[in-house]
Design a binder for this molecule. Structure first.
Ligand code: NPG
Length: 387
């Protein structure tokens, strides 16, 4: 595995001491319900984290879903796990740099989205103190990143075609269709028929298929897709080896790709063509950058996934997606794909099919405290023991 990310003039040598961790469970209405093979979301229910450090505050977002269906994590376990097991390993510890968060939390298994939220909050505080943007920390050289959009499962193909047409009119440069057994070949065929062969199109199965479905999945080859994402259960790496042997469409991993180690193993097994990178799924932006480096070294393309992030996570994703190995458009949509208003000032908007890469110090946003207060349903403050 490559060494820790640390090039590109990444950061100063400073460290922080975390005095307090504020956890806010929020519930934010979505502009339209978002249906995946797991269920339908009407609101974004997740936990935002503020760290109070000796050099200032930082914010991060835990991208858990309300239910433990995408992965074992869910929004209702974030506050208990941080309170009981993570905060005690971080609060009041001297000399914490961004890379130390993952190190200090490493004995705790799993809970990667929660760890990623904590690490992002510390990175935000640390980068702000250093006067450095996350993009500069990552060595990003581009000013904007292309916007793909993830389209939920629809009740009818007519409705799906209408939704996709709307996104294409808005300027999205790539369409990703959620599929599930019974909602796969027909919707993909309908979208191809309606918009032609030139629209960059890919599908996401969210682990909904079985290895016995390979003959069915093979029929997707007719549609010239950019990729098929995560056809099988997260633990079924070898089924992807069989699928790759059977189909032309590149096979992309999402749920399975939980760490640099698993990605390295998947590459060695021949189980993957392309990797969807999500900081939350892999335990943090630094692990995501490490996986990016690993994939670049092996010639494996990566793209930036999304988890219906608020403006906090969306800004950081826009920086991550600017790294050189991100060679396909990501699920880096404008904030208005999901939200009527955002909890950050100046949320990222799509302009000409792209988002700007944030360049302000920190992770690239300014929170709007009133907007956050208005959507907060639970608040917990954890403080370092005094003395
Ligand atoms: O654009 O932020 C976005 C959403 C992208 O489809 C998206 N995320 O599996 O990739 C995924 C997925 C997801 C959505 C996963 C909802 C779980 C629930």
């Amino acid at each position: 595995l490559p060494a820790d990310p640390g090039r590109g003039g990444r950061g100063g040598d400073g460290t922080v001491r975390i005095e307090a961790i504020e956890l806010r469970r929020v519930d934010i209405p979505l502009v339209t319900p978002f249906r995946t093979s797991f269920g339908t979301q009407d609101t974004r229910d997740c936990v935002l984290i503020r760290v109070v450090t000796d050099v200032g505050d930082g914010w991060g977002e835990c991208v858990t879903m309300p239910w433990p269906l995408y992965s074992a994590e869910s929004s209702d376990v974030v506050i208990p796990i941080v309170s009981a097991h993570m905060a005690p390993r971080l609060l009041g510890v001297d000399g914490i740099g961004p890379r130390d968060v993952a190190r200090l939390l490493a004995p705790i298994r799993g809970h990667r989205m929660t760890k990623a939220g904590l690490e992002a909050a510390v990175l935000d505080a640390w980068l702000r103190a250093a006067g450095q943007s996350f993009a500069s920390f990552l060595g990003v050289a581009v000013e904007r990143v292309p916007c793909g959009v993830s389209v939920g499962i629809h009740d009818s193909t007519e409705a799906l075609v209408e939704t996709v047409g709307g996104y294409l009119d808005e300027g999205y440069v790539r369409i990703k269709l959620k599929i599930e057994p019974g909602n796969d070949l027909a919707p993909v065929a309908a979208v191809r028929r309606a918009f032609g062969d030139d629209v960059p199109l890919q599908v996401d199965a969210n682990a909904a298929y079985e290895p016995g479905d390979i003959p069915l999945l093979r029929r997707l080859d007719a549609f010239d897709l950019l990729l098929i994402e995560q056809p099988f259960d997260e633990e079924r790496l070898l089924a992807n080896v069989d699928l790759r042997a059977a189909i032309e469409t590149p096979v992309c991993l999402d749920e399975s790709a939980i760490s640099a180690q698993v990605v390295a193993d998947a590459i060695r097994l021949g189980a993957v063509d392309i990797v969807n990178l999500k900081a939350g799924r892999v335990g943090g932006y630094l692990e995501a950058a490490r996986i990016h480096d690993l994939c670049v070294a092996h010639g494996v393309p990566v793209w930036c996934g999304g988890m219906v992030e608020t403006g906090i996570g969306r800004a950081a994703n826009a920086a991550l997606a600017g790294m050189a190995g991100f060679s396909l458009p990501g699920d880096n949509s404008g904030f208005d794909r999901f939200y009527a208003t955002d909890i950050v000032a100046d949320p990222l908007r799509m302009i000409d099919g792209h988002l700007r890469v944030p360049t302000t110090p920190g992770m690239g946003f300014e929170v709007d405290p009133e907007a956050i207060e208005a959507v907060t349903v639970e608040r917990v403050l954890l403080e370092a023991p005094s003395g």
